[in-house]
Design a protein around this ligand. Structure first.
Ligand code: ZN
Length: 309
């Protein structure tokens, strides 16, 4: 598939492996697509509204997901945050509340429509396990290798456990960027790597507040008046659900274009409400409001959904 490489952005990305070429999904030798690199390049839609983006992206996203047989994180997942750079308490609270309460939510329950190869369904269980802080040990221009190092440093130092059932989120502050394409090719990504002998799943979640509110931000005003963290809530949810159903890049994705569940519904928020501060939101997780993209459900038919059932 040839995409117009005017590309820039936006899909809060997917997938797998640090296979370079950030951006567009590559064509494989058997002419189907696999999740690769840093997500899915998209046409430059910056000038469009979010609703227009969603409609355009939906049109590009044909193809149902199938299970290619790789591992699925069916059991309880343990979430670890690494606060990279400088973070204020209110912003941290927005993302900590999300991590604490997304498990068990009707939204995350969408993932229970997915099974592993043996037919075991994903459980709607996410434990917010712990967090660690890296005040900026590798500077503000992070390579993909740097991001893995940030994770492995915390594990090796004992600040976070070595947990194959964990999902480690590197949450960067508003002054930090990722040099393989944050803001232009992706807003976040997930991958896995062998760290200290275990298959460790981790994700980069960029803070678009001052760097690219137009391409990776979600709404203004934002539901909790923390624009960076509020935007990251949707990106983080995207990467969490993709990591759950396609942790190693070889389970649930669309053969036609390499999209994972989160990719199928990026920028597609569904029905929304208006909060007292004027913000648009569509989810209440714990006691807080969020504007979070929908996720791809397999039941009753494959489609974007805000909740399941
Ligand atoms: Zn994605």
């Amino acid at each position: 598939m040839k995409l117009n490489r005017k590309l820039v952005v936006l899909a809060l990305s997917c997938a797998y492996a640090s296979v370079a070429l950030a951006g567009a999904v590559k064509e494989s030798s058997d002419s189907v697509y696999k999740p690769t690199g840093k997500g899915w390049g998209e046409l430059d839609l910056d000038a469009q509204s979010h609703a227009q983006k969603a409609a355009t992206l939906r049109a590009q996203r044909s193809g149902n997901l199938t299970n290619q047989g790789g591992p699925v994180m069916t059991g309880p997942k343990n979430v670890y945050y690494i606060w990279y750079g400088s973070w204020d308490a209110a912003s941290k609270n927005v993302l900590t509340n999300l991590g604490t309460h997304i498990g068990g939510s009707p939204y995350f329950n969408i993932n229970t429509t997915y099974t592993n190869k043996a037919g075991t369904h994903v459980q709607n269980v996410v434990n917010y396990a712990s967090s660690a802080t890296d005040s900026g040990s590798l500077g503000t221009q992070l390579s993909d290798a740097n991001i893995q190092t940030i994770v492995s440093n915390q594990i090796t130092a004992g600040a976070l456990p070595l947990d194959p059932n964990g999902i480690y989120f590197v949450l960067t502050d508003k002054n930090t960027t990722a040099t393989s394409g944050f803001c232009t090719q992706y807003c976040g990504w997930h991958t896995n790597a062998t760290i200290n002998g275990q298959d460790i799943k981790y994700a980069f979640i960029g803070n678009p507040e001052t760097q690219c509110a137009s391409s990776c931000g979600a709404s203004t005003p934002s539901p909790n008046n923390t624009p960076g963290a509020d935007a990251m809530a949707s990106i983080l949810s995207h990467e969490m659900e993709e990591t759950t159903t396609d942790p190693d890049g070889n389970a649930w994705y669309a053969l036609s274009n390499g999209m994972e569940n989160g990719d199928k519904c990026a920028w597609n928020f569904g029905a929304t409400s208006t909060a007292s501060n004027g913000a648009t939101y569509n989810q209440t997780i714990g006691t807080m409001k969020y504007l979070i993209q929908q996720n791809w459900t397999l039941l009753p038919t494959q489609a974007c959904a805000q909740h399941y059932p």
